[in-house]
Design a protein around this ligand. Structure first.
Ligand code: SF4
Length: 326
């Protein structure tokens, strides 16, 4: 079958509710440069038909920075590496409320409280719960959180507090994970993600490309995540941070390959919020808008955990300029 015909057939199948398999995905991601636009347009059609024109715009707060016990090789917040980031303990409830308020005023639709730790101590968990309650009562913005490993009791507590979505990334495919972390396993991550979902929280679970994984392993990540049926999949593109074991990964993933990955991930997870997360501004530069016309339908705005990013007003203007909605 000719390449365009194959893309068209995969798109029709996905729109009809069928799934593509790994061999389909490999063929799609290896689409020739001549037909790249055709692939991106097909992914955009799936996004539009199944998810509409609204782009999910989320703002993060790094509520507790650095000194994490884990050794994730990409992460500037691990206590194992000297990366020169600002490290600080858990922010006060008032500070978190103020940040949530600022996120709402800037136009963000949701606010995610992120903490750098394996899992919180009991007092830390209670502190975050107080902040969630205060934001819910006083700000009125969807609250998401990313608090590391979960247990059933804590998942139930977060659900009862009205947390909308829990973030716990798989980070990479299971076959690559031991190359980037040895203090916990891929299955530990998968199990926490599954637990969040089982307790009624929406799930945000994605990963990072550009860490030295193969193209096939990128696709494996998407297929493995799709087993969890996440409501959101954040796709990060590695920023190689000085001091981390991945600091030498300076050769960026080519922009066209990032767009191919986004497009094929849309085929694999047709209905989730596919969010272009960390690395968007650095790696996509003037093609950030193109990512939102190649299958993606979400962004993180106002910067990331340890690096800055576009302002919300800049991002919202970009989204509207593309004819999409916030
Ligand atoms: S568990 Fe999270 S915060 Fe800790 S090193 Fe890994 S990615 Fe970084």
């Amino acid at each position: 079958m000719q390449e365009r015909e194959f893309i068209q057939q995969c798109m029709s199948n996905v729109l009809a509710g069928k799934r593509i398999d790994m061999s389909d995905a490999m063929r799609l991601i290896n689409t020739s440069d001549d037909n790249l636009e055709y692939l991106l347009d097909a992914a955009d059609t799936i996004r539009r038909e199944l998810n509409g024109d609204r782009v999910d715009v989320e703002s993060l707060v790094n509520a507790k920075s650095g000194n994490c016990s884990e050794n994730c090789a990409f992460c500037a917040q691990s206590a194992w590496y000297r990366t020169g980031i600002s490290r600080y303990p858990l922010l006060s409830v008032e500070e978190l409320v103020a940040r949530a308020h600022a996120a709402k005023c800037s136009g963000a639709g949701s606010f995610c409280i992120v903490c750098a730790w394996r899992e919180p101590r009991e007092d830390e968990f209670e502190h975050v719960c107080s902040a969630i309650r205060a934001i819910r009562d006083r700000v009125g913005i969807d609250v998401n959180c990313s608090l590391g490993f979960l247990n059933a009791k804590r998942a139930e507590r977060l659900k009862a507090l009205g947390v909308k979505r829990y973030n716990h990334n798989l980070e990479s495919s299971s076959s690559f994970f031991s190359r980037i972390c040895t203090t916990h396993t891929w299955l530990d991550r998968f199990n926490t993600a599954r637990l969040a979902k089982e307790h009624g929280l929406e799930l945000c679970s994605g990963g990072i490309i550009g860490m030295g994984e193969s193209v096939e392993q990128r696709l494996e990540l998407a297929f493995e995540a799709s087993r969890l049926a996440p409501e959101e999949f954040p796709l990060n593109i590695l920023i190689a941070r000085e001091g981390t074991p991945l600091q030498g990964m300076k050769k960026p993933v080519p922009v066209d390959d990032i767009l191919r990955t986004i497009a094929v991930f849309r085929f694999i997870m047709p209905r989730c919020i596919l969010k272009v997360a960390g690395g968007r501004e650095v790696h996509l530069a003037d093609r950030q808008g193109k990512a939102l016309l190649s299958g993606a339908n979400g962004i993180i705005t106002n910067g990331y955990l340890t690096v800055g990013g576009n302002s919300a007003s800049h991002d919202i203007e970009m989204i509207r300029g593309l004819g999409l909605k916030v």
